[in-house]
Design a protein around this ligand. Structure first.
Ligand code: ATP
Length: 205
């Protein structure tokens, strides 16, 4: 599950945990991007964003942080990460990329997105505030690749799209940055360890 995580919040964490249980996998890996190519520059540095993801998962063995994009010299293009993962994992292991509805709705603007499904499955998570109204290109992609059962994901290494509804949590990093900018508390929107990191490093204030 990739993201800017500026900062990571309970919407991300709850989503990752519920997906893990729904798919029946051992771990979900959170992968902060170094420098996002599809959006404005983040409000904190990539090392702060990575540190906050690491704080958020340190007491949760079912979630983990993959630092490869932050550590890489390349810009954060998902296709490069997918290529690297396939090289490490081989061609047969199923790989599933998790993304929120907002991210999926702009997927056709991402570099070489047409190739993604030759590397992985895509799991799209419904997100409050975003209606599922894909454009014609994405509708075509869904017609060809959408499945409904999570078991399908494990029958093949790649090639399926699955759209799934979880507990809706209307939390966003934008909202957290705005709360901090007003000098208010972000407690219960982010894990306490992240709250503490934000305060100690005076982020977003
Ligand atoms: P911002 O408000 O700065 O745009 P964000 O809260 O959307 O940030 P990102 O780091 O951009 O956070 O999100 C990473 C991934 O998590 C994206 O695929 C996004 O759609 C998904 N996501 C973020 N918040 C939620 C949420 N509350 N519920 C489900 N998915 C979410």
């Amino acid at each position: 599950m990739g993201g800017t995580f500026d900062p990571i919040h309970n919407g991300h964490l709850r989503t990752a945990l519920e997906i893990r249980e729904w798919l029946g996998v051992e771990k979900v890996w959170l992968m902060p991007s170094k420098r996002p190519v599809h959006r404005d520059l983040p409000g904190s540095t990539s090392s702060d964003r990575l540190a906050m993801v690491q704080c958020a998962v340190e007491d949760e063995p079912r979630l983990a942080c993959d630092p490869r994009e932050v550590m890489s010299d390349q810009p954060s293009y998902t296709i490069f990460t997918l290529e690297a993962l396939r090289q490490e994992l081989g061609t047969q292991m199923p790989v599933c990329m998790i993304m929120g509805m907002d991210a999926f709705l702009s997927l056709d603007q991402w570099l070489r997105y047409e190739e993604y499904l030759t590397f992985c499955h895509i799991l799209v998570v419904a997100r409050p505030g975003y209606d599922f109204e894909p454009n014609a290109t994405l509708t075509g992609l869904l017609k060809k690749h959408q499945v409904t059962s999570p078991e399908t994901i494990w029958q093949r290494p790649n090639g399926s799209i699955i759209v799934h509804q979880l507990t809706p949590l209307s939390i966003s990093a934008t909202q957290i940055r705005a709360i901090r900018a007003q000098g208010l508390s972000t407690r219960y929107l982010v894990p306490d360890s992240v709250c503490q990191y934000i305060q100690e490093h005076k982020l977003y204030s």
